[in-house]
Design a protein around this ligand. Structure first.
Ligand SMILES: [Ca+2]
Length: 365
């Protein structure tokens, strides 16, 4: 068994690099590039929006992503076949947090409950019997720029397992949250995000809800704001400019993570559905899930909850959940998953300093 360090770090990277070759075997070539019009429900919201949330009307839409290797959608070296075939989905209406959950919000939860996140708890020898004792130290994964340009196949060059990294210390023991109250909380694993959501009387979005919301009623757009990465020359999300992973030039105004809501919201009033930090969804990740549900039938898949079991052919023993939206580390040199229909994934107990979440709430009938 791999050490926990290795396990956590390695699981993380699948969100970026491993979806191309292996996944393509699983998803086959039945790719539809057809986006039918989005049909949002017309009914009025069933009441006032809870604080900090907006009403997402739900409705029918085409889910998935075109091939990002074509010029039309701006490049990137990964084919992302796990986001095809494009298929028709219906979701009921719901409320969604306008922004990712912030440090200030997460701190209220911790103060109220005494909850300890996974990154704060040292792994045990029982969990990782072959790991050396000195590695059984609480911590999490942290991005570190490389001193010079490197080939992009090996993510261990720019990620490390950092002892003492957790939500209060996103980059390790020498970092803190001073002045970061309004930044998205990071270093939260899936169970941590779920625990917060439950405390708040909310839940994590399904992947279908997330994509419907992020599309903001648009049909088949490459980005949450339209088809151009930089409309009018203006950056629309906090991503990575410069030479990855050496130097982030921060042309979009932010080197690294940014406070929430620094860019215009999408048409539903949601901020940062692209870039800044990845967001956990409730679904298990399966590389072939879209192929499976598209095969099940004609017509529209209603309120999909994700597959019953996880499966990533690149790491079949890891139990992964879906990540969405990309992060401040996404760049067309490496990972264009700030594109609205693309998918990410991560082992459920693995946190990182570019991974957070937002919550949703269904109306009470
Ligand atoms: Ca940036």
């Amino acid at each position: 068994m791999k050490s926990r360090e290795c396990n956590r770090v390695f699981a993380l990277f699948v969100a970026f690099v491993l979806s191309s070759g292996v996944v393509s075997l699983a998803v086959a070539a039945s790719v539809s590039s057809f986006f039918a019009p989005t049909k949002p429900n017309k009914a009025a919201p069933p009441g006032h929006s809870p604080p900090g949330m907006v009403w997402i009307p739900g409705g029918e839409f085409s889910m998935g992503s075109e091939d990002p290797t074509t010029d039309a959608v701006c490049g990137g070296h990964e084919p992302m076949r796990d986001s095809r075939p494009i298929h028709r989905v219906y979701v009921d209406g719901f409320w969604m947090d306008k922004t990712e959950v912030t440090n200030e919000q997460f701190e209220k939860f911790i103060k109220a409950t005494g909850y300890r996140t996974i990154a704060e708890i040292a792994p045990t020898q029982e969990e990782f019997p072959t790991a050396p004792k000195e590695n059984l130290v609480a911590g999490s994964t942290v991005f570190t720029p490389t001193p010079k340009a490197v080939p992009l196949q090996n993510m261990f060059q720019w990620w490390r397992y950092q002892h003492g990294a957790d939500w209060r210390h996103p980059e390790g023991p020498n970092s803190n949250l001073k002045g970061r109250e309004n930044y998205p909380v990071v270093q939260v694993a899936f169970p941590d995000a779920e625990a917060y959501a439950q405390w708040a009387g909310k839940r994590l979005p399904t992947e279908a809800e997330w994509e419907f919301a992020a599309r903001g009623g648009r049909t088949g757009a490459a980005y949450a704001w339209g088809n151009e990465l930089k409309p009018g020359g203006k950056w629309m999300a906090n991503i990575y400019e410069g030479k990855f992973p050496v130097k982030d030039t921060g042309d979009d105004r932010f080197v690294g993570i940014a406070p929430v809501a620094q860019f215009p919201p999408n048409k539903y009033g949601l901020y940062d559905v692209a870039g800044n930090v990845w967001e956990w969804c409730s679904d298990w990740y399966r590389a072939d899930y879209y192929a499976q549900i598209a095969k099940q039938g004609k017509g529209v898949v209603r309120n999909p909850q994700g597959p019953d079991t996880p499966w990533d052919p690149a790491e079949p023993n890891e139990k992964k959940r879906v990540h969405r939206g990309g992060s401040f580390l996404c760049t067309d040199q490496y990972c264009t998953r700030y594109m609205v229909g693309t998918r990410g994934k991560g082992e459920a107990t693995t946190a990182a300093n570019h991974l957070g979440f937002r919550c949703v709430q269904s109306p009470r009938h």
